[in-house]
Design a protein around this ligand. Sequence first.
Ligand SMILES: [Fe+2]
Length: 389
Amino acid sequence: MKDFVFRMPTKVIFGLGKSKEIGNICVEMGAKKAFVLTGPNIGKSKLLVEIKEAIEASGVECVAYDKTAADPSVELVDEVAAVVRASKADVLVALGGGSPIDLAKAVSVLQTHKGSVREYMFGGGKSVTKPVMPLIAIPTTAGTGSEVSAASVITDTKNKIKLSVTHDNIIPKVALVDPLLHVGMPPLITASTGMDALTHAIESYTSLNAEPISDALGIHAIKLIGENLRTAVANGQNLEARTNMAIAALIAGAAFVNGGLGVVHGIAQALGGLHHTAHGIANGVILPYAMQRNYVGNLAKFKDIAAALGENVEGLSAREAAYASVEAVHELLLDIQAPASLPDIGVSREDFGPIIEGTMGFRLLAINPCKLIEKDIEGILEAALLGEV
Ligand SMILES: [Fe+2]
């Protein structure tokens, strides 16, 4: 077995109703003033009022900012970072899905590092070298794993590309996960964020960087998603399904921080930069077709995935058992009524050039279970165009 390092520095506080404890958590962290970052929808909801009241009830000052946006841009990060600096707050609280949490991570860097976030993004020339402003993440979706991950995905609108700021220092200090906050999530968001979590679990489990702890987390996440995502989409009020999906998203996040990702995220990132396709939707549309290309790279692990997703693999050949994972993921995608082909999301063959170029530049393509060249990415996209496995 190869040597490995596993890190999971985030303190996880998990449970129904736990978000009400945000005030005590701020106090424990020694905070005097919290800066809550969220989007306009939560900004109008009573959730933000409750979070703010809970913080203030603990004797910590609180400023709320609700102008974050989906797929945060370089300009937005720089603008919000200046507002946070001026506020003199000493802890950040990100409340929302992956976008506000990613935005908060990038903003946390710019509290202790000079310049624009552009300089800290992949290829930007500067690195995170110091501790950043502490961050508490309260996810309102179950998917991105951003509450425990080291990556902040930012959109470079000028160059139509999404790039990450990635460093262990930006991993949130606390993940406050309250599945009650997920109950109101609409079916399509539940489906797409759930597919993002499944992609994290499958890509980390099959990556060339996989190690025993990320494997244990990844395969358990796959099982939980196979057992709960359909129910969470069909009946959002089901607390057991919501709780299990929240656990799955969290541990799939911890899995990919350590095990890494692969071609699905490479294509999704390129698609997101080009078409603003939501991250989870893009992952879902690509996942089965990428698995169709990748399964030959590790038959044993793709067989494990099939079994974890409830497929009967008894009596099948190694190849058949592994391929059953491809069919299982495709069926899941159809069952949860998520987009399952490129035409479903308005992508045509004319877009392939920039998507392939963007994917080939994806840093983690090197740990994909199969070595892929441009022609392979084109093959995955062709299969996704047809939408059949
Ligand atoms: Fe993702």
